[in-house]
Design a protein around this ligand. Sequence first.
Ligand code: SF4
Length: 334
Amino acid sequence: MNKDIVLKLENLQTKFKVGKRIVHAVNDVSFELKSGTTLGVVGESGCGKSVTAHSVIQLLPKNGMITKGSVTYRSKAGELMELSSYKRNGKDIRQIRGQEIAMIFQDPMASLDPVYKIGSQIAENLLEHEKISKKEARARVVKLLDELGIPEPDKRYDDYPHQFSGGMKQRVMIATAMICNPNILIADEPTTALDVTIQAQILQLMNEVQKEHGTSIIMITHNMGIIAETCDEVAVMYMGKIVEFGLIEQVFNDSKHPYTKALLKSVPVLGLGKGTKLESIRGTTPDASDAYEGCVFEPRCDSAMAICKSVEPGETCLADAHCVRCHLYEGGSK
Ligand code: SF4
């Protein structure tokens, strides 16, 4: 694995058993995350973007399992670790989770315990992974809260979650994730619950944290605007597969896959005339437990051809790392 790659997913497949049905949540996903960069993973809800991230750190519910593929991680010490085999080999993923790869979740209230002080909840991660005293941990937490723009951090350390606003709680979540200075930060819809002004502040803060610490970020969102503002590369997911991957400029200025094009048409743009209707993608996503032949986007695709009904498209790479899964491009660029 190239030295500037910190995470590599190869043909990852994750399934869930729901009653008698098998749901194919992540289906043959491959990508590389480069050191110090942000990779966006975007798609409608249920497309498998969060499950992909949860598979990396094996934060899957009991009925979920990685059934194929591999997740290779380059640690802070430069060691290559095959994370997807940890469970099988009895290794403890908790050594990696939090210290090397940390996660910020969508809803801080679901992650913060209302009965514990903010500071001690952040320090918990530090005390679990590093041999330091409680006094040293407190000093580290206060310093980080200060860096993250929380006023009077020493006093706020002893406050409870209900004493913080939504934006401040999300700053606390960033502090909890960053306290061990992880190599990779996975942000799962980190600003969905916030209003747009606070959302912009949190995204700016994450950008500063990345520059300061050299963190690599996986940004999971359904919001193309956030992807455009924060990411270097983007993977567009549909029904558990990456249908288009590329640099931000490639995917936004020269999108190829009909699904990416439709997603971009559904984003509001500044200067759009009053009363102009945004386009929606017709139809709904199919059931992920159904077997299908051909291209899974075919029932919703305006460019579908006869072949699309019966033959699943493979991946075609058009330029550098700009790759697409669509029959339209199999003979080259269009
Ligand atoms: Fe549309 Fe066919 Fe391309 Fe699928 S393979 S996105 S159906 S044109």
